[in-house]
Design a protein around this ligand. Structure first.
Ligand code: FEO
Length: 394
């Protein structure tokens, strides 16, 4: 399948309804698209390739427009294999093509694939003429890899933004924002940002500012995943700016683990107490909530509360994993509340307290420790913790 975006500019991407976990981690209930674009001018350029298993379908899409052997430039905005896996295959067909990318991308390419085509290393804001159309390359380091760039089609005012402004969800032939249910797009792009790009929020902000400072017109934003924005390209830019902002939202996320329901009871009691005091609460059981959904709902929470049983003298493994995400995803600092049930030693909460303190997080008092099955005696401590949370969210 191909679709024309502007005269001589075509979408030739593919949908992936097969991969269950993106990056081996994040659920894809609606699939994902690998967007690539073909520009046919005096010279022919393709922007990005696809994940390797989709090579044949992608080449068929290109063949609907041109013979892939005639491609002059393979533009690689980003070297992650969901966009470059097909490179060794197209290289055997487009034997006269030149690979266009940043210096760092060239280093990655040689270590990932070692494709022996001529290459053109482009500097920031360098231009490349295709005849009547001009490509301008905008370096966007750490959005979300260090070698990343965006490509701007000057005459048509199309920004090929790579992973930035992307979304989970296959397109199923409806590639434009005016053809898709935007409630779904909002949910899946927010989940995509939270799972993939949270560690690089400051680079998202920098990238947005850099494009704005260029003063270029943007009629269309064409990312490498998810819909193409032609009706309202600024919608997704503004959403990304909001989601990557350092300002946190005024709600509490309770993230807890439970084996036999004791910790669940504490979590529900705290949720009820907070809601009675007018606090918005989002709650996840780490054993039943999908990991990217937990991340999405926690990353902007003004206060996070973690609840863990003690398991082999450590926190419940799935809670421990979430704490690892807090660290790896470089969650901005905010108060964290803790509660936990235990049978004898209570190492779960103790270790969470130490790890989070070492990471620089403020731990709210009181820490609620429950020996065995929770009883009414814990109510006072939970009420005091709720008071502390309310005070911090004012
Ligand atoms: Fe879609 Fe960072 O690759």
């Amino acid at each position: 399948m191909h679709r024309e975006i502007a005269k001589g500019v075509y979408y030739v991407g593919v949908d992936d309804h097969h991969t269950e976990l993106f990056e081996g981690q994040w659920a894809l209930p609606f699939g994902i698209s690998y967007n690539t674009y073909l520009i046919v001018d005096d010279k022919i350029a393709v922007i990005e390739t696809v994940k390797e298993a989709w090579t044949d379908e992608w080449l068929d899409n290109i063949r609907e427009v041109v013979d892939p052997a005639k491609i002059d430039y393979i533009i690689l905005n980003h070297m992650e294999p969901d966009h470059t896996g097909a490179l060794p295959h197209i290289a055997k067909i487009a034997k006269n093509a030149t690979i266009v990318y940043t210096k760092r991308a060239s280093q990655f390419q040689k270590s990932f694939f070692n494709v022996d085509l001529p290459e053109k290393i482009v500097e920031d804001l360098e231009e490349l003429s295709l005849g009547s159309k001009t490509l301008k390359f905008v370096h966007a380091p750490f959005l979300h890899w260090p070698e990343t760039m965006m490509t701007y089609l000057v005459e048509d005012e199309i920004l090929f933004s790579c992973d930035a402004f992307g979304a989970f969800g296959a397109l199923n032939g409806n590639i434009f924002d005016d053809e898709i249910d935007m409630r779904m797009v909002e949910s899946e792009s927010k989940r995509y940002v939270s799972a993939i790009i949270t560690s690089y929020f400051k680079f998202v902000q920098r990238g947005i500012q850099k494009v704005k400072d260029l003063g270029i017109g943007i009629k269309v934003i064409a990312p490498s995943h998810g819909p193409i924005y032609r009706k309202d390209p600024m919608w997704i830019v503004n959403k990304y700016a909001e989601w990557s902002s350092s300002e946190l939202d005024k709600y509490c996320a309770i993230i807890y683990g439970t084996m036999y329901g004791f910790n669940h009871r504490v979590a529900m009691k705290l949720k009820k107490t907070l809601q009675e005091r007018g606090v918005k609460v989002i709650i996840h059981n780490v054993s039943t909530s999908e990991a990217s959904r937990v991340l999405t709902d926690a990353v902007r929470a003004g206060v996070i509360v973690l609840g863990t049983p003690t398991y082999d003298a450590y926190p419940f493994p799935r809670v421990w994993h979430f704490v690892n995400e807090i660290q790896c995803k470089r969650f901005s600092k905010r108060p964290i509340g803790l509660f936990g049930t235990y049978g004898w030693g209570g190492g779960g909460v103790k270790k969470l307290h130490k790890w989070l303190t070492d990471m620089g997080f403020e731990i709210l008092e009181p820490i609620v420790r429950v020996h065995g099955r929770p009883t009414d005696t814990e109510e006072k401590a939970l009420s005091d913790l709720a008071d502390a949370i309310v005070a911090r969210l004012k």
